[in-house]
Design a protein around this ligand. Structure first.
Ligand SMILES: Cc1cc2nc3c(=O)[nH]c(=O)nc-3n(C[C@H](O)[C@H](O)[C@H](O)COP(=O)(O)O)c2cc1C
Length: 329
């Protein structure tokens, strides 16, 4: 079995740098951090940076959030055609790379998002969610780009609706649905409920066989990956486990093929973290880049000796040179 392996959208992490790293470690496809449809509508310049895809990346879906069908369709059009690049940046970034898909965020549980009717709130409003899916799918079809959505099980354990909701999305034009096997109210509480993945897979197979189902939630090892596949999904999406171990993608593939599984050495971890920090600084400048790198490199430190003191030292580094010197021991 050779399931498609995706890097999950993670705000603050799934940027071009990390997407490239995961691509180099065997990830087939990635999904960007969520991008506000309203911010695209109002031509917010910071949002343009989130939307930029670089040539060395594996195929990327750009993920949007919002709740207005026409604004969501407009966002899809802007992202697919590259119209988000501000006038003054057109010469610097002449090459617009088309996303492989537009993904709609229907799972974010954060109050700022769901409280505005976006993200997971859409699972409580299937008719609006269907209209959004239809309007975005229309734009995607026009540009030959895959429309998809990422959902949770439902709002809470009493209102689980993922199987019917996923089918409704497929009937509204979604060609792929990713299911994070938790409810909105569970946030990230340990423990997932993959039995609903099986129910969703069964429903889609029966009534919407053209729509692929991607399983997500708590995949942290090759065994977790195999367990989730056994529930009947077509592919796997991995988020947090990749943050300090982007090699998880090739490890899953190697395990499935019965090959020896690559285990990163402390030097591999250090070198990968250093590479990531350098690439972040290149794009964000030293001041912002180093500050952002502190939290992100910390994920790689977990596998290194004296990780707590290493993280503490990195938190006080002010330059790239100092950061990398501390990291490399
Ligand atoms: C820091 C962080 C940011 C996230 N941002 C997004 C996001 O922008 N869009 C989205 O659909 N899900 C987002 N998620 C959820 C993940 O995509 C994923 O569904 C979740 O982490 C469960 O998968 P995992 O156990 O493999 O991490 C985020 C999760 C984390 C931890």
């Amino acid at each position: 079995m050779n399931p498609k392996l995706f890097l999950a959208p993670m705000a603050g992490y799934s940027d071009t740098v990390f997407r490239q790293i995961c691509g180099s470690c065997g990830c087939d496809e990635t999904v960007s951090e969520m991008i506000s449809a309203a911010a695209l509508h109002y031509k917010d310049e910071k949002t343009a940076i989130l939307a930029r895809i670089e040539p060395e990346e594996p195929p990327v879906s750009l993920q949007i959030f919002g709740h207005d069908p026409s604004m969501m369709a407009e966002a899809a059009e802007i992202l697919i055609t590259g119209a988000y690049v501000p006038e003054k940046d057109r010469e610097r970034f002449p090459k617009i790379i088309k996303p492989i898909g537009i993904d709609i965020n229907m799972g974010c549980p954060v109050k700022k998002i769901s409280g505005s009717g976006d993200g997971s709130a859409l699972m409580q409003n299937p008719s609006l969610a269907g209209k959004i899916m239809e309007s975005v799918a229309d734009v995607c079809r026009k540009h030959n780009v895959r429309p998809s959505a990422k959902i949770r099980l439902g709002w809470n354990k009493n209102t689980i609706n993922a199987p019917e909701f996923a089918l409704m999305l497929a009937q509204s034009g979604a060609e792929q649905v990713t299911l994070h096997c938790r409810t909105k109210e569970e946030l990230y509480t340990p423990g997932i409920h993959p039995e609903y993945l099986a129910k969703t897979a069964e429903k889609l197979r029966k009534y919407a066989p053209g729509c692929t189902l991607i399983g997500n939630g708590d995949i942290a090892s090759c065994e977790d990956a195999q367990t989730m596949l056994n529930y009947g999904c077509d592919g796997l999406m991995i988020g947090r486990a990749a943050l300090g171990n982007p090699w998880i993608f090739r490890q899953i593939r190697e395990a499935a093929a019965g090959e020896p599984i690559f285990t990163p050495t402390p030097d591999d971890l250090r070198n990968m973290a250093a590479h990531m920090v350098h690439e972040i600084v290149l794009r964000k400048g030293e001041y912002a880049g180093i500050r952002e790198s502190r939290g992100r490199a910390a994920h790689f430190c977990k596998g290194l000796p004296h990780s707590a003191s290493l993280r503490d030292q990195l938190n006080h580094a002010e330059s790239e040179e100092e950061f990398i010197r501390i990291l490399m021991g």
